[in-house]
Design a protein around this ligand. Sequence first.
Ligand SMILES: Cc1cc2nc3c(=O)[nH]c(=O)nc-3n(C[C@H](O)[C@H](O)[C@H](O)COP(=O)(O)OP(=O)(O)OC[C@H]3O[C@@H](n4cnc5c(N)ncnc54)[C@H](O)[C@@H]3O)c2cc1C
Length: 483
Amino acid sequence: MTDLSGESIAIVGAGFGGLSAAAHLGDAGARVTVYEKGEHVGGVAGRIVEDGFQFDTGPSWYLMPELFERFFEQFGHEPAEFYELERLDPNYRVFWTDGDEAAVPADPEAAMELFESYEDGAGAKLEEYLDSAKHSYEVGMEEVVIPDRTDLTDYLDPRLALSARGLGLDLVRTMDGHAAKYFEHPKLRQLVEYTLVFLGGSPYNTPALYSLMSHVDYNLGVYYPHGGIAAVVDGVRTVAEEQGAQIETETPVTRIEPAASGLVVGTATDRTVYDRVVVNAPPAHAERDLLPEGAVDRSPERWKDQTYAPSAYMLYLGIEGELPEFDHHTLVLPTDWEPHFESIFEDPAWPDDPSYYVNVPSRTDPTVAPDGHETAVVLVPLAPGLADPPEQREQFREQILSGIAEHTGVDFRNRIVFERELSVSTGPLRTDHRAPGLDGLYYVGGDTNPGIGVPMCLLSGEHVTDIIREDTANRGRLSGLLS
Ligand SMILES: Cc1cc2nc3c(=O)[nH]c(=O)nc-3n(C[C@H](O)[C@H](O)[C@H](O)COP(=O)(O)OP(=O)(O)OC[C@H]3O[C@@H](n4cnc5c(N)ncnc54)[C@H](O)[C@@H]3O)c2cc1C
């Protein structure tokens, strides 16, 4: 493999993708400097630590544990050196708005019993469904995700259906059409489709291949890293620093400019030339705000027309007393959730009857809340770009908290002792790792391949490193031919 000794590389942003790229590029021999505008590393995977409460502000589902193992093992470590991993059981609990509730067990056999209790024959059908999901996952990982087939990596991109013929995958049907082949009961369809609520698709516009997510939660399991996702961020940062990466927090990059040789990275106080720059910040930000006009072969207008994945309304709550009615992951779902998807994709609006998620990590990890308290995070997916004047937010907050009281039977409104609110945008669909038309500029993270999710961003750092090795080898060959 090409050695990157002698290459100087700047990374703009210390999200999971940026930190993973820092570790891999450092391991390949490059001199790596990471510029992070925030106070902490982790990006979307941020944290609030206040008054004895600790919140993960972004991701909270630890899925695909083998990809975390893969990351740490590449540097001679294992996850257990950084955090204790606990498999959750149940995977999650659902409260439906018609008063029904179900806990989805970690054991697939027990999950089959749960499905059978809703529909005759659905237990056996779940087994079949999960076999098909396992096939999609294994083929998808082996053929597309791990080898970085950048032409077909976005599971949510309908073009995948055209490109991946021949892999034996059902890509033509939608997720809902696929689930309907197995289950008639709408609640069972929801139990295999719910991840779409949070990952930027709808069961009506996402290819059936996405059913691989059911293999991820039902078969591979849902885990919790003690200390929260923040502990994973700390582990990845430690590895990047061990590989020699220098991390500068509170240092926003204000400019990236092509130079005679390499690229100049500008901050408020400094301008440094690097051989290459890897951007973990949103590509739209880099191309609109950091690069000179025309530096890449792509109009800044392009970003206007992108389909944006949903935003999220988030509440971080410290609650006095316990919340035994909640599991670590709890979903509240309307029995008919089509209007919710319409309010995100078809007719953007604040939803009247939203689907949402409540994370109570203190049910598993008492260290994230003071004694006798719980830490709760509420996440409601929304259409991007909705107007949100303060009175709209206040009204929505009340709608959600009274909804929780009504549908879970727990009214904790007068027990809230800590509260923060945030809106998070999950960004546009993907771009390639190589910036078009500008040698030496690359992208890494959830806005590029293989897509969103912490495990995917870790892989993205590995992929961008392979691409930089390839470009370095080609440059070496070219200069050999010219000399
Ligand atoms: C609310 C929410 C919940 C999620 N839940 C899950 C989950 O449960 N499980 C899961 O696996 N995934 C989840 N995801 C997805 C996952 O969190 C993301 O895909 C992943 O964390 C994104 O990482 P990234 O590498 O793209 O970098 P980002 O996290 O986007 O970080 C980019 C970094 O760039 C920095 N930056 C930007 N501009 C500049 C600049 N000019 N100069 C310097 N630095 C700059 C930013 O400060 C930031 O730190 C969730 C996402 C969201 C939004």
